[in-house]
Design a binder for this molecule. Structure first.
Ligand code: NAG
Length: 414
């Protein structure tokens, strides 16, 4: 009655993997084994049993000896759970793996799946384990792992999404070929990025450009890393690396965030020479940033070095460019009648963004404030020179009209 491709064991292994490496020792692993009794159907949880478990950590993947073991503590919070079904994969690139349509007798065992997550995000691992019937001692058959579960990248640079797999060479499944698939997921939407049938050495057709696998490395070392040629805003999202063996699969997910801080420009720059009582308007434009998470504010640094906050200014709405980056601006109104900015200083626009903080400044000169500065003196000299010129002009005009009047008088007198 029990078909080989039906559920063998409806079992969950819940693990909490805490990476606390004490010197060269092994990490402490807290482990729960949760078993769900099969037979209810409908996907609702049936009766569950929960027991503490031992987990063996092999430090050398090729050795068969468990080199260290840790006593589990029953105080952990389960992080991940997976239900394992041994059945043929439906995707095209993995279908050749089970094309014989005869399931090996080897599958008649209890199959478990475990997901482990390093608390610092430096490791994620998903394993499929097999325990011969009635033994309760599972061995890892397939492991898929990544050393970076959360990656940040600037725009325009190459990105490596790390994924690797290991399979038990003594398992009959390991000789039957494998397939690798990378899917992209973002806000409920997904697409296939690359898929490779390792048995037939064929890449599936996808619409994705600039995404590659290193096929020789895949076969030689199980390095299934995805290489993105040039990071773009549209690459932000979750990437799922899935490795298929016949009737089995394991996968890990990696988050990629594209973070590009803004470029700032202030206008007008330089600011016009101002006088007390005047109202000035300054604009700061932040462009080319992603994601859309920006705080713009203004600061003033006086001639004496004192810093004053000028507030946020009036924020504009955001615009999105065709490359997916955003721009947004802030307009600051400086009422020199109300603010005491002395003789001026630096007006700075400060942009706080997850990709970094950026600043842009422009110089503000205020003239006519008590106690002349060098700039004031120069301005006054300029004004004085101008006045002198005007007086000179007038005196020349009167000077020439004077003699002409006297000339005419002279003519009348004659
Ligand atoms: C896997 O390949 C990528 C790209 O070639 C490389 O950056 C990475 O270091 C490799 N990982 C391992 C574990 O060799």
């Amino acid at each position: 009655m029990a078909n080989v491709s039906t559920v063998y064991a409806l079992a969950l292994v819940l693990l909490n993997y805490i990476l606390q490496v004490h010197g060269t020792g092994c990490p402490v692993v807290e482990c729960w084994f949760v078993q769900e009794k099969p037979g209810r159907g409908g996907g609702f949880p049936a009766a569950m049993s929960q027991e503490k478990s031992l987990m063996y950590v092999r430090t050398d993947p090729d050795s068969t000896e468990a080199e260290s073991q840790q006593k589990p503590q029953l105080t952990s919070t389960p992080q991940e759970s997976t239900m394992l079904l041994t059945q043929p994969a439906v995707v095209k690139w993995a279908a050749p793996l089970t094309s014989s349509a005869q399931s090996p007798i080897y599958l008649q065992a209890d199959w478990f799946s475990a997901s482990l997550q390093g608390l610092d995000g430096q490791l994620t691992l998903s394993s499929v384990m097999r325990a011969p019937k009635g033994t309760n001692e599972p061995n890892v058959i397939l492991s898929v792992f990544s050393t970076s579960t959360s990656i940040r990248s600037r725009l325009g640079v190459p990105v490596v999404l790390d994924c690797g797999f290991w399979m038990d060479a003594s398992s009959p499944l390991s000789g039957m070929g494998f397939a690798v698939e990378w899917r992209y997921q973002f806000r409920g939407e997904g697409r296939l990025v690359v898929a490779y049938d390792g048995k037939g050495d064929r890449l599936a057709e996808t619409t994705e450009e600039g995404a590659e696998l290193d096929i020789p490395a895949l076969h030689q070392t199980g390095n299934a890393s995805l290489l993105l040629e040039e990071a773009q805003v549209r690459h932000t999202g979750t990437y799922i690396c899935t490795v298929y063996l016949p009737y089995l699969l394991a996968q890990v997910a990696i988050d990629l965030e594209i973070e590009e801080p803004p470029s700032l420009s202030i206008s007008p720059s330089p600011l016009p020479i101002s006088y007390p009582g005047q109202t000035l308007s300054v604009q700061c434009e932040a462009s080319g940033f992603a994601p859309l998470s920006l705080e713009l504010s203004w600061e003033f640094v006086g001639a004496d070095g004192g810093v004053q906050s000028l507030g946020e200014g009036g924020m504009s709405g955001h615009r999105q460019a065709s490359d997916g980056t955003f721009s947004q601006s802030s307009r600051l109104t400086l009422d020199l009648g109300k603010l005491d900015l002395g003789r001026g200083g630096e007006v700075t626009c400060v942009a706080v963004h997850p990709g970094g903080t950026r600043r842009a400044s422009t110089t503000l000169n205020i003239i006519g404030v008590s106690g002349p500065s060098i700039e004031d003196s120069m301005a006054m000299v300029a004004v004085a020179l101008g006045l002198y010129g005007v007086i000179k002009l007038f005196s020349w005009m009167f000077g020439t009209s004077g003699p002409s009047d006297s000339d005419s008088k002279d003519k009348k007198d004659k």
